[in-house]
Design a binder for this molecule. Structure first.
Ligand code: NAD
Ligand code: GLY
Length: 359
């Protein structure tokens, strides 16, 4: 069974199709015979899914090139971005060409950014293959690369023309990566949907066991929530910031420890607990709600303790470079109960340090 959602952004609207075996179903890609495609993927995903897509496109009269970049968050760089642009140029791709991002959030973010820049912008399609990218990064048009001084600091808002989510891809995903994706899933429950959080409390094992009905419901629901937020605030002028729960602390962990050492979802897991603790110190969140969040993260096999090798003080310079900072003040997304958050300028650095040290 397939489910289709629409991201409503006027002339930049696009469908998200969710189902099984979609990589074998040409119609979801919205391509036409005679068009040209370049698939960007990495050296882990290529042996699994690349040839299959090439064969399907070529069978429908689409000339298909590809570029294979190295796998890993540490390669979400200007060099990889340039490698994709070089492949487009070397194969004489034009403004009518379509770039396809086949992979997780790293490939989606860097290829999307390359699509935004090539000849001032060509169409691109997201084919997310991790749980994290299926519930979050493939939807909404945030594209970026990392800089040694900060995560996702260079990029563009650039929407895809379609998102094709094949749940079967998750069968080859390592368990640690599946859990990392669950961090962003749990995030949606905390920020905006207490009923979904309740559902997760009883179905997290089904998701870990790759139960198709549970995955299908979960991915559809997360994409629906994300599409609502993006349609309301595409370029994060206000409301979209809620999707950043835990990310201000999490990005600090990723950048300080070296990209790729802690997975993004793992850093977000600990970051969400730090945000919850900060909210508690400000008198905004109960111990009971913090415990529920922690229990669910543990059930999802996610870390709930901060990395020991990182000093408390080392978080602050990273947090001050966060994109939410407007006038030198750390801005945080803080839960006020399960299903609701506030975005708050936290002036008291001591309080932030206290929250971090307690996790
Ligand atoms: P990832 O892209 O690094 O993928 C995780 C690992 O799984 C990689 O080794 C990858 O090669 C492998 N893999 C992917 N699909 C596979 C499959 N089906 N079978 C086997 N292996 C597979 O990581 P991710 O968790 O998907 O994404 C994290 C990135 O997403 C971060 O850079 C983060 O900043 C970004 N992100 C972006 C947004 C956004 O809105 N643009 C939102 C959230 C996260
Ligand atoms: N993952 C954060 C956002 O898309 O805004």
């Amino acid at each position: 069974m397939q489910k289709i959602l629409n991201v409503a952004l006027e002339n930049r609207s696009y469908p998200i199709t969710i189902g099984e075996n979609l990589l074998s179903q040409f119609e979801h890609f919205k391509l036409h015979s005679g068009q040209r495609v370049l698939i960007a993927t990495n050296d882990t995903i290529a042996p699994l899914y690349l040839q299959h897509l090439i064969d399907m496109f070529e069978a429908h009269g689409i000339k298909t090139d590809f570029v294979i970049v190295p796998d890993g968050e540490q390669y979400k760089t200007m060099e990889t971005w340039n490698q994709i642009l070089t492949a487009l140029l070397a194969n004489n791709h034009t403004r009518n060409s379509i770039l396809i991002a086949l992979g997780g959030g790293v490939i989606g973010d860097v290829a999307g950014f390359a699509a935004s820049a090539y000849q001032r912008g060509i169409k691109f399609i997201q084919v997310p293959t991790t749980l994290l990218s299926q519930v979050d990064s493939s939807v909404g048009g945030k594209t970026a690369i990392n800089h040694p001084l900060g995560k996702n600091m260079i990029g563009a808002f650039y929407q895809p023309q379609a998102v094709v989510i094949d749940i079967n891809c998750l069968k080859t995903l390592p368990p640690r990566e599946l859990s990392a994706g669950l961090a962003e899933v749990i995030k949606y429950g905390i920020i905006m949907d207490s009923e979904f959080f309740n559902w997760l409390e009883t179905h997290i094992d089904d998701l870990l066991n790759l139960d198709v009905d549970a995955l299908s419901y979960c991915i559809y629901h997360c994409c629906k929530l994300k599409a609502q937020v993006v349609a309301a605030d595409e370029t994060e002028q206000d409301m979209r910031a809620i999707l950043n729960l835990g990310h201000t602390y999490g990005h600090a962990i990723e950048a300080e420890l070296g990209y790729g050492n802690w997975l993004h979802g793992e850093a977000v897991s600990v970051g969400m607990l730090m945000a919850a603790q900060t909210a508690k110190l400000l008198g905004k969140l109960t111990d009971k709600d913090i415990q529920r969040i922690k229990n669910l993260l543990i059930k999802a096999k996610l870390p709930v303790k901060r990395p020991e090798q990182m000093t408390i003080e080392s978080y602050i310079p990273h947090m001050l470079r966060d994109k939410k900072v407007l006038s030198g003040q750390i801005r945080l997304v803080l839960p006020t109960k399960i299903g609701a958050v506030e975005v708050i300028d936290v002036v008291d650095k001591q309080l932030i340090l206290e929250a971090i040290s307690s996790i």
